[in-house]
Design a protein around this ligand. Structure first.
Ligand code: NAD
Length: 335
């Protein structure tokens, strides 16, 4: 039985907390920390033995093997370092930090101390995307040629969130950068990006874009086109298509129901799911389960800190390409 703690019980922390307490038999949550009462009340409903507002009580808890960091991004890296020094295994929500320097120094600490660190790129665990990865690995798609990823949110977050998010590419497209790295399993050579402000002028005033296009060219010549939008009026839109010499495979949006309504205007299907909490419910459970299994079986983490760094470097290259209106070579970064 792996003994867990959790730091931060907001939107994502609540999902992980509930999954651990009700759906993951190999783990038990013995401590939960949140500064505000609302999060702590949620933990109390699940009878977590220690519920506290003091992070040190979790970090230094002698019985805890591993801790999930579900706080706002600006607290991730400091907690990772403190937990690593306390000898705990770490599951950290994405991204590790918005500063490249801080990510590099944090990963140095992880390397020096040698504790397991998993980064929560949950979309890798989505059963639809998993099947596509499996078909690529088994050669069913043949030699990969192109991938197209579409990621559209139902509505933009509040402007205050936009201002501290690191921008569309760092905040939102980062999941798709990781997905591209995961599916192609090669190094990106070049990045070309374009971004515009079409949805809300306030987003533009906050210095961000709300609609983005990124073209990644990998060293093996596979190209990945990623479209990102902060607003789709029809709900959360997450689709993916891979094309190769033996065929094409695509993941469509799961809908709220499988019903069809047919009338004189045509065949009507149900609506898209609302947002990530519904769309990725299975992947949130599967990612923490994979973390626990890796700890139990002493296997490498399925998604490592270096995967977070690679996705972040693509976001940095995309921002550079957009601002400088040119193709950016990955070799220009980290020089
Ligand atoms: N993988 C995904 O699909 C996904 C989805 C949403 C959010 N996230 C990531 O998860 C993180 C949290 O996002 P959220 O939407 O749950 O945010 P949130 O604001 O809903 O929750 C954050 C919680 O952390 C608490 N908190 C604030 N400062 C803290 C500190 N120093 N120590 C401990 N707790 C603290 C807050 O009181 C709040 O309860 C972010 O880094 C975000 O990028 C990932």
């Amino acid at each position: 039985m792996i003994k867990l703690g959790i730091l931060g019980i907001g939107r994502i922390g609540k999902i992980h907390l509930e999954n651990i307490c009700t759906r993951i038999p190999g783990a038990t949550l013995i401590a939960a920390m949140n500064p505000s009462e609302e999060g702590r009340k949620f933990a109390e409903k699940f009878n977590v033995p220690l519920v506290t507002s003091n992070a040190a009580e979790v970090i230094q808890h002698p019985e805890i093997d591993a801790v999930l960091i579900c706080t706002p991004t600006n607290a991730h890296a400091d907690y990772v370092v403190q937990l690593a020094k306390a000898g705990k295994a770490i599951f950290c929500e994405k991204p590790l930090d918005l500063s490249l320097e801080k990510v590099l120094s944090t990963l140095e600490v992880i390397k020096a101390v040698g504790v397991p660190l998993m980064l929560a790129f949950n979309q890798r665990m989505d059963p639809n995307f998993q099947e596509i990865k499996q078909c690529i690995v088994e050669g069913k798609i043949g030699k990969l040629h192109t991938i197209h990823i579409i990621s559209r949110d139902p509505a933009p977050p509040p402007i205050a969130y936009i201002e501290s998010s690191g921008g569309l590419f760092m905040d939102m497209t980062i999941h798709d950068f990781d997905m591209a790295n995961y599916l192609v399993a090669d190094e990106v050579e070049e990045v070309y990006a374009k971004g515009v402000n079409l949805i809300d002028p306030e987003i533009g005033k906050a210095g961000d874009i709300d609609t983005g296009y990124v073209l990644l060219t990998f060293k093996n010549q596979v190209t990945v086109l990623i479209e990102s939008s902060r607003k789709a009026v029809y709900g959360y839109d997450q689709r993916l298509e891979v094309f190769g010499t033996k065929g094409m495979m695509k993941a469509e949006n799961p809908l709220k129901t499988t019903n069809q309504f047919i009338d004189h205007t045509g065949v009507h299907l149900s609506q898209n799911l609302n947002f990530f909490i519904d769309r990725y419910a299975a992947s949130y459970l599967l990612e923490v389960t994979a973390f626990i299994e890796a700890l139990q079986q002493k296997k490498p983490m399925p998604i490592a800190g270096n995967d977070g760094l690679k996705a972040m470097l693509l976001a940095i290259a995309a921002n550079k390409s957009m601002h400088e209106k040119r193709v950016v070579k990955m070799s220009e970064l980290l020089q």
